[in-house]
Design a protein around this ligand. Sequence first.
Ligand SMILES: Cc1cc2nc3c(=O)[nH]c(=O)nc-3n(C[C@H](O)[C@H](O)[C@H](O)COP(=O)(O)O)c2cc1C
Length: 319
Amino acid sequence: MAGVTDASYRQLIKKVAPKTIVFTEFLSSDALAYGAERTLKMLQFDPEIERPFIVQIFGASPQKFLEACRVIEQIGADGIDINMGCPAAKIVSSCYGSALIRHPELAAELVHAAVNAVKIPVSVKTRLGWDTHETLIPFCKGLVAAGAQALSVHGRRYHDKFSGLANWEPIYALKSEVSVPVIGNGDIASAADALEKIGNLDGVMVGRGTFGNPWVMREIAQALQKRGVEGACLPARQGTLTVESALLPSPLSFIEKIPMILEHLDLSVRMKGEKRGVLEMRRHLSSYVKGFDGAKEVRMKILTLERAEEVREKLLSVA
Ligand SMILES: Cc1cc2nc3c(=O)[nH]c(=O)nc-3n(C[C@H](O)[C@H](O)[C@H](O)COP(=O)(O)O)c2cc1C
């Protein structure tokens, strides 16, 4: 998720639930092909922790896809995911993201270019459709014929943006029609949601449900494992990691969460420097700091702080 799943957050999620498949924020294939420094930096990952490491890209040029995919393979990623679901105006207006649903031939061409460029698996993340879900199955069949090795589907159409409830029914129907793993996405915020929604699918993808609550991934992973869903759908070189905090019972109180929040802050500062690291943690801090008396006041204060030490002190003052 853009602005969310940077290396620090991915590593945190992996510590909580080691079998989670983590995806990068979506990255411009044009920028990767061009060698833009800022975008290349976003490819940095810790191979000991983040595997399987999947890089998500967006764009509309098969040639740029080919070049970008080679860069991604060279840095040692385990897979490439193509974004065909983002509904943001500036993405859609360039024929990127969910706009590709209206251009199935170009979408298939992009998959083909990526698959031919690299040996690692290529998957696609998409939505139910543009203004109807009737196109989902033919659209996805075209992607699979072009070489897509897995599909994740957000149960909303482009027209829905983020409104209403996700509709998983068309995703279940898709699963019966294609031979590749199908992962469902939309409105999962708990293990109960995951169990209720997984149906005949191979996995679930969780976005906003992790905000301020990365621990939910452990609960979901444990619940799905009991159902026989292992979590890794793409061929993976599994990372190994043992962290005691992953074994803490849940639900956690805010005070129990503080060490992990501090670890997230440390990771962010280490990777991005103090100024940017603290600034980019604000979105997460705003989600973390809740569930206790006076949380609103602490949150307001924390969001004005610029130094990691000040944030740390404020968080510890709650304990
Ligand atoms: C802030 C934000 C950033 C997102 N960035 C991406 C992205 O880069 N790539 C992507 O495939 N989806 C992205 N999404 C969409 C989510 O992956 C997901 O499909 C959507 O939020 C619905 O799932 P959820 O209900 O679990 O959040 C983003 C969503 C949000 C809220």
